[in-house]
Design a protein around this ligand. Structure first.
Ligand SMILES: *Cc1c(COP(=O)(O)O)cnc(C)c1O
Length: 374
């Protein structure tokens, strides 16, 4: 079943995004099954990693998820009416400007500093909160010493103690074992209180990282939880762009801004209605364009499962693909070219632009005609 804003052949959109909610649910079940004895939650911050939290979060609720992590109170307020009976944790914590919103929607702030702890305990009349401890990331959370003091100071205690792993996507990294050990000791200082450590990568570190609640994000949306391991998550997002014009150009002519790409052969070029304003990052411009150091190849598109390279610089609203190697007539104006999806894995698409799946998904623009398949 396809719902909402499905672009049909005469849709005005030049980009379209299909979100497979069944794949999302299946990925959550996979993460839940890998979480051992722990409950499995879901990180749905940043509009569920760009997939559309209004659709993704209720689908996960239906699958049995009851613990949702958002970045700020605004995201939580938007989701709370859609998630009856669920707990919604606000990762960035609480400050004066967000306090009323957190109370009004029964959100659970993640307390990230002694100042936030003092503020919440003084103002919230004993409402539940989560305490974050920084075990090695130097981002958010009390130091382990501050957390121990908090546990013993006689004040209202949290409903959940959590920490975040810095290197969970790299199972061999020594910091994992270090953080797991420190967190183990801390959790013991909060007897009877649930603990949570693992993100997607952390779930794969095994039982010592699971505690009572896991918090996968990227794996749910089809990203690879562990670096360098074949991505076994189901693709959730398919992004496509419409071919606007197919043009012929001669060897020796150049393509796009800066004349950075000079054609080595007579070429057929598919000009497509997607650009960096849609989150098709300029750093993915074609081979030979001097924007990237580490990666020689640029981004690819796919037509009927065949990969075709970007040529020249990606522009704001338009990108050129070299379709010379496809049979004449195989690409016509109006056709759709896949940018990421079943043929082009989200990790490969991100890597081609020198970034990670997280950034690629969360920067997909607002112009896509979106549809949700369930
Ligand atoms: C984003 C986030 C997660 C989810 O991380 P993934 O790597 O996407 O699985 C979990 N916990 C915290 C604190 C986060 O910020």
């Amino acid at each position: 079943m396809i719902s909402s804003s499905t672009p049909h052949p005469d849709s005005p959109a030049t980009t379209r995004l299909m979100v497979d909610l069944a794949a999302l649910a299946a990925n959550w079940v996979t993460m839940r099954d890998h979480s051992g004895q722990a409950r499995c939650g879901a990180a749905v911050k940043a509009d569920a990693y760009g997939t559309g939290a209004d659709h993704a979060a209720p689908r996960l609720l239906r699958e049995g998820c009851r613990d949702f992590f958002v970045a700020d109170a605004t995201e939580g307020a938007r989701l709370s009416p859609l998630l009856p009976g669920a707990r919604i944790y606000v990762l960035n914590g609480v400050f004066e400007g967000s306090f009323a919103t957190i109370l009004a929607h029964d959100l659970i702030p993640v307390i990230n500093s002694p100042e936030q702890a003092a503020f919440w305990r003084a103002s919230s009349s004993g409402r539940p909160y989560t305490l974050q401890v920084d075990t090695g990331m130097n981002r958010l959370g009390l130091t382990p010493e501050q957390a121990v003091a908090h546990a013993q100071d006689g004040g209202p205690q949290p409903c959940l103690v959590m920490s975040h792993l810095a290197c969970a996507d790299d199972p061999g990294h020594a910091l994992n074992a270090h953080q797991i050990k420190i967190f183990e000791g801390l959790a013991a200082c909060f007897p009877g209180i649930e603990a949570s450590l693992a993100n997607s990568g952390g779930i794969h570190l095994g039982a010592s990282a699971h505690h009572q609640l896991t918090r996968p994000g990227i794996a749910l949306y089809g990203g690879e939880p562990v670096n360098g391991v074949q991505n076994r998550m189901r693709p959730v997002v398919t992004a496509e762009a419409r071919v606007l014009v197919v043009r012929h150009a001669k060897a020796g002519q150049s393509v796009s801004y800066g004349a950075a790409h000079v054609l080595a052969r007579d070429s057929r070029i598919a000009v497509c209605g997607v650009g960096y304003a849609d989150g098709f990052h300029r750093a993915g411009s074609g081979a030979g364009v001097p924007l990237r150091r580490a990666v020689a190849e640029g981004a690819f598109g796919a037509i009927e499962g065949v990969r075709v390279p970007v040529i020249g610089k990606i522009t704001m609203d338009l990108t050129m693909f070299d379709v010379t190697d496809l049979p004449d007539g195989a690409v016509k104006p109006g056709d759709w070219i896949e940018l990421l999806g079943p043929t082009i894995n989200v990790e490969d698409a991100a890597g081609a632009a020198g970034t990670i799946s997280y950034e690629l998904l969360t920067s997909l623009g607002r112009r896509y005609g979106r549809s949700y398949v369930s």
